[in-house]
Design a protein around this ligand. Structure first.
Ligand SMILES: [Mn+2]
Length: 282
């Protein structure tokens, strides 16, 4: 049997939240292993405390099911199409879908499906990288192009960026990018991030947005990243002011020697759910 989030055995029929693993790693360029990310996160999630102190809630009571993974890997296009279809089906059943990568290119399919359901969607990206290349190594669905594809679907806001190619400058909208060095040690930028988003928001979290000291387990780690509470403060404000419709967590590239990053990813997922739904179970 596949591992399930939290070890929960809720079914897709009864759960409010469905976790959808997309263990795809077809285009990553440096360290391979993002295909093992979903299972590492799911394994680690069984060690969480399911009471969230901050929100005084136990969000698992809403029902958290783990779907069978999207295993199409013949081509990036096929993976994107298959994940669009799976997320479309789940959204049709009014589920809140959380996708787990895999490399960052897995976000395109879910965002397409979300845009069909929420025409006024915008996407908040947490990432060390802009990912705005038009194509890379022969594919427009390479992980280095994911936000170029998302930008064709809906408006985006980028937070935590600290690595890019000069060719991406032409596609970068300066007012919608919050570079890591500009937001370091501050929180006065958060309201500006939220102001730039539409009412319905999807968040894509590339784990390399975190500093490599706390998140070494990614394919392309970068120094100078955000810390735990930095990222949570932004997400909390988004949930407070907007309708968070879904999110993904991508690029976990687990290491046998250090499981704590897997736990960070698992807890991040639970935190976002606690912000979004915590308290409504009472
Ligand atoms: Mn990245």
């Amino acid at each position: 049997m596949n591992p399930t989030y939290g070890g929960f055995l809720d079914t897709e029929d009864t759960a409010k939240v469905v976790i959808l693993p997309i263990p795809y790693d077809g285009t990553s360029t440096w360290m391979k292993g993002a295909d093992k990310g979903p299972n590492a996160l799911l394994d680690a999630s069984c060690n969480l405390e399911f009471y969230d102190i901050e929100t005084d809630s136990e969000v698992y009571i809403q029902g958290i099911a783990t779907a069978d993974p999207v295993l199409v890997s013949t081509s990036p296009d096929a993976m994107v199409d298959a994940s669009t279809q799976r997320v479309r089906d789940l959204l049709g059943k009014d589920k809140f879908v959380v996708c787990l990568g895999g490399e960052h290119s897995v976000s395109v399919g879910p965002i397409r499906a979300y845009k069909e359901k929420y025409p006024c969607l915008s996407v908040l990206q947490f990432d060390a990288h802009t990912d705005l290349r038009q194509s890379y190594e022969g594919s427009i669905y390479n992980h280095a192009c994911v936000m170029a594809r998302v930008k064709e679907i809906c408006p985006i806001v980028q937070v935590g960026i600290r690595s890019m190619d000069s060719s991406e400058k032409q596609d970068l909208v300066r007012e919608r990018v919050f570079f890591a060095e500009d937001i370091y040690g501050r929180n006065d930028y958060i309201s500006k991030v939220v102001d730039l988003l539409t009412d319905d928001v999807y968040i894509t979290i590339d784990l390399d947005v975190f500093d490599h000291s706390i998140m070494p387990s990614t394919g392309t780690p970068e120094p100078g990243g955000m810390l735990w509470y930095d990222v949570l403060s932004v997400i909390k404000e988004v949930v407070r002011r907007k309708n968070l419709v879904g999110f993904d967590i991508v690029e976990l590239c687990p290491s046998e020697q250090n499981r704590s990053p897997d736990f960070l990813a698992a807890k991040l997922l639970y935190k976002v759910l606690s912000y979004r739904f915590g308290g409504s179970e009472k």
